[in-house]
Ligand binder design. Structure first.
Ligand code: TA6
Length: 276
């Protein structure tokens, strides 16, 4: 096990790609296909400290996304991203694909924040494409509901030259001015903060930046969150530098896309990402 500041991580290298996954948060913070650009943005001022989420990579927002609906003292985006997960296994599926399984189970500490027994599994497939499968199992005797996101920070060359395909015509909630029922017309413009939840997205979403295309295919989700803090907000965030080089496009279950799980039932949120 390697260590970066206070966080232990797993380093995978196979014949086509490499990846780094911190035990805290099962947080994938580096992925690169040989000969291609790094896929994930990590802020140079990010902390790698116990209990603090990494600013970049793929934080897992779970079992709630954003602020807790009734208790503002509970952590934003839930507790999965700042909890210590267990490394369950690493499988070499072929020379060019490796699967890493991470698990998180309830403890007295998680129970105090969210009173349910659960098993959360993250399978990370590292190959020509990157695939993450986040599976929630209800191990309790009562139903629970979750909102969640694979809050992916993509590394891009220039936010001001970035466009996204696949969201045209979709309805969105605009968090910046707290309005519902907006409709995406034309390209999204990133001149200031953008923080939006797009509804009923069943198709692939493509990020275009200069001569780079990133294709995001999501299963088990109807919502896609798009976030860039813009300069003004980024300047107020001590752990975020280089906002013009990042764009979050998040495969999510949020707002009306809540998942209700009966005892012993499971649900998976999957994202598959490829780049040219
Ligand atoms: O996904 C977008 C968002 O919910 C934004 O509203 C913004 O606050 C961001 O996530 C980062 O949240 P964090 O808790 O990591 O600072």
């Amino acid at each position: 096990m390697k260590k970066i500041d206070e966080l232990e991580y797993i380093h995978v290298q196979n014949s086509v790609a490499s990846a780094k996954i911190a035990l805290q948060g099962a947080h994938l913070f580096d992925f690169q296909v040989t000969g291609k650009k790094k896929l994930l943005f990590v802020s140079e001022s990010s902390l790698f400290k116990e209990g603090k989420p990494i600013r970049g990579g793929i934080p897992i927002c779970w079992p709630w996304f954003g602020a807790h609906e009734s208790d503002s003292l509970l952590p934003n985006h839930g507790f999965a991203r700042s909890s210590l997960w267990k490394h369950d296994s690493t499988e070499f599926l072929s020379e060019s694909e490796t699967k890493v399984r991470m698990i998180l189970e309830d403890t007295p500490k998680t129970y105090a924040l969210w009173p349910y027994e659960f098993l959360l599994t993250l399978d990370v497939y590292i190959g020509e494409q990157l695939r993450l499968v986040l599976t929630t199992k209800n191990e309790d005797t009562k139903p629970f509901d979750i909102t969640s996101a694979l809050h992916t920070y993509f590394e891009i060359e220039n936010i001001y030259e970035t466009t996204i395909d696949g969201l045209e015509g979709k309805k969105f909630y605009n968090k910046c001015n707290d309005t519902l029922n907006n409709t995406q017309k034309g390209a999204i413009n990133f001149r200031q903060e953008v923080d939006r939840v797009y509804m009923s997205v069943q198709n692939d979403v493509v990020i275009h930046n200069r001569n780079q295309d990133i294709v995001i295919q999501t299963e088990g989700s109807g919502t896609i969150v798009v976030w860039n803090p813009g300069k003004e907000l980024a300047d107020k965030m001590p752990d975020l530098s280089g906002h013009e080089n990042m764009l979050c496009v998040e495969s999510a279950n949020v707002m009306t896309d809540v998942k209700v799980l009966e005892p012993q039932r499971s649900f998976s949120l999957t994202v598959t990402i490829s780049q040219n």
